[in-house]
Design a protein around this ligand. Structure first.
Ligand code: HSE
Length: 342
């Protein structure tokens, strides 16, 4: 499987490390070999080699210099869109930064790749939250797959649970903790840390967005809520349709208050059906201590999907981090191989 990687930050680098170190396992277990033919990052540079780039060398270079511009066989001087056009790849892995207002540059990358008949795997929430229906129609028209497992709960399989595992069961709504950074901050504050030091720690672990206000103001959870509502419930929500309140106003006293009431304070994302409409909200709430959401510590996420046929189904797992997201990308690539015979 020939891959173009767009974005070489925390997620991109973790993914490359995983396919490099897991080469034998992926070949023996899944008959899958990855050839990384191009990497393009707006800051770190762009490199291409139709014979396959040396993954270990790229990782060494970026760790040492913060750039890949001095890669030994550098065919450079092109940008991300040209990387998609020029490289003879089967799949574009799009892990550039998330913009929940415009979806760019991710939408352009994904549209370009699908138009050229290439499969797309993305962890980028902007394009899926803002343009899922358009991009999915384009993928269908071109006979390729658009996969976005790690846009919600990173590598924890929330999307595939709802779309494939629960196929045939009408999704009536869902409720979850979908942002790792804020859950990490709230649980560290429960243990006595300050908001500022907990946020710094979350950034250090690679959980937070490039601009962490996207996490603490609730926008990241809004993006994931929109993705789940639009892909599992057939809604057509935009981020501004979701009522939103983040955790910036939360104090240690609020957290203690929730504890006293026998629960825990969590940033809860929820969607429900009202007549023929889907409504959604992200806000801090005290959840009962028997609720699976109350027991989440650190960057753990949880999602309870309410279905007509099965009632509630809950999945819990890690929701953020480079390695965790890298695993989600690999699971999407394996699904592409399984469904399209690459
Ligand atoms: N910043 C996000 C989070 C990363 O904290 O959940 C995963 O989408």
């Amino acid at each position: 499987m020939r891959i173009v990687l767009i974005g070489f930050g925390t997620v991109g680098q973790s993914f490359v490390k995983l396919i490099d170190e897991g080469e034998d396992y992926l070949r023996n277990r899944y008959g899958l070999e990855f050839e990384l033919v191009a990497v393009s990052d707006i800051i770190k540079g762009s490199v291409m080699d139709p014979e396959g780039l040396d993954k270990a060398e790229l990782l060494k270079l970026v760790t040492k210099t913060g750039s890949i511009k001095s890669y030994s066989q550098n065919d450079s001087g092109f940008d991300s869109v040209e990387s998609i056009r020029k490289s003879d790849a089967d799949v574009v892995v799009e892990v550039s930064w998330t913009n929940l207002e415009t979806g760019e540059p991710g939408i352009t990358h994904i549209r370009e790749a699908l138009s050229l008949g290439k499969h797309v795997v993305t962890s980028n929430k902007g394009p899926i939250a803002l343009a899922y229906h358009e991009l999915n129609s384009l993928a269908k028209e071109k006979g390729v797959q658009l996969r976005y497992e790690c846009t919600v709960m990173s590598g924890t399989p929330a999307i595939i649970l709802g779309s494939e595992g629960l196929a045939g069961n009408k999704v009536m709504g869902f409720r979850g903790v979908l942002n790792g950074t804020t859950n990490f901050i709230l649980s560290r504050m429960e243990q006595g840390a300050t908001y500022e030091s907990a946020l710094k720690e979350a950034q250090g672990f690679g959980y937070a967005e490039v601009d962490p206000s996207a996490d603490v103001e609730g926008w990241d959870a809004v993006g994931k809520t929109v993705i789940l509502a639009n892909t599992l419930m057939g809604a057509r929500l935009k981020p501004l349709d979701v009522k939103r309140q983040g955790i910036t106003g939360i104090t240690v006293r609020d957290i203690e208050e929730s504890k006293k009431r026998g629960g825990a304070l969590r940033l809860v994302a929820e969607a429900w059906t009202e007549g023929s409409k889907v409504e959604a909200k992200v806000s801090p709430k005290t959840v009962d201590s028997r609720d699976p959401l109350a027991r989440l510590s650190g960057a753990l996420n949880a999602l309870t999907i309410t279905t007509e046929g099965l009632g509630d189904v809950t999945i819990i797992g890690k929701g953020a981090g480079g390695v965790e997201t890298g695993h989600g990308i690999i699971s999407d690539l394996i699904a592409i191989k399984r469904l399209s015979g690459h």
